[in-house]
Design a protein around this ligand. Structure first.
Ligand SMILES: Cc1cc2nc3c(=O)[nH]c(=O)nc-3n(C[C@H](O)[C@H](O)[C@H](O)COP(=O)(O)O)c2cc1C
Length: 149
């Protein structure tokens, strides 16, 4: 069973809601869940971690939520060796932003891969336009995802 750190990037709370729902429900499947939110997400220490789930929305014109920008900048600048880490990505977006749909989640996905982290499963992309219950979609996906850890 895994100890999962969910790193939340959010501007208006949807990604946080997804993380909270996973935190409420994954322990019944035998997994421990911690959440790094607000500025803790930007400053998170990845050393000693085994499994990370990045759960981030996209804002502006394809930009990261402010709170998670320091983490992205650190990974980009330092390219730490994260080959000890397994990770997954839940990207929240809105398909009406065609060219930048879920871009922040895609960018975080690419950054973890560039640092040598091991991707588990496919990235989940949640479209606010068609999905009124992002936390339920996230949990449905995560219940499959944890079986791949
Ligand atoms: C000002 C603004 C800009 C946005 N820009 C994008 C974007 O570029 N790409 C995208 O896929 N979604 C975009 N979205 C949609 C959000 O990612 C989506 O509503 C998401 O569920 C918000 O999650 P949050 O509450 O965790 O921040 C934008 C939303 C707002 C309000």
């Amino acid at each position: 069973m895994a100890n999962i750190l969910i790193i939340v990037g959010t501007e208006s709370g949807n990604a946080q809601m997804c993380a909270d729902h996973l935190s409420d429900n994954l322990p019944s499947l035998g997994h421990e869940v911690e959440i790094a939110a607000d500025e803790d997400a930007g400053n998170v220490d990845l050393n000693g971690r085994e499994v990370v789930l990045v759960c981030t929305s996209t804002h502006g014109d394809g930009e990261l939520p402010d709170n998670i920008i320091p983490l992205a900048e650190r990974l980009r600048a330092e390219t730490p060796d994260l080959s000890f880490l397994s990770y997954g990505v839940i990207a929240l977006g809105d398909q009406t932003y065609k060219a930048t749909f879920c871009k922040a989640g895609k960018d975080m996905d690419a950054l973890f891969a560039e640092c040598g982290a091991n991707k588990v499963g496919d990235r989940l992309e949640i479209d606010a336009c068609t999905q009124p219950l992002p936390d339920e979609e996230a949990l449905n996906w995560a219940q499959e995802w944890v079986t791949m850890l």
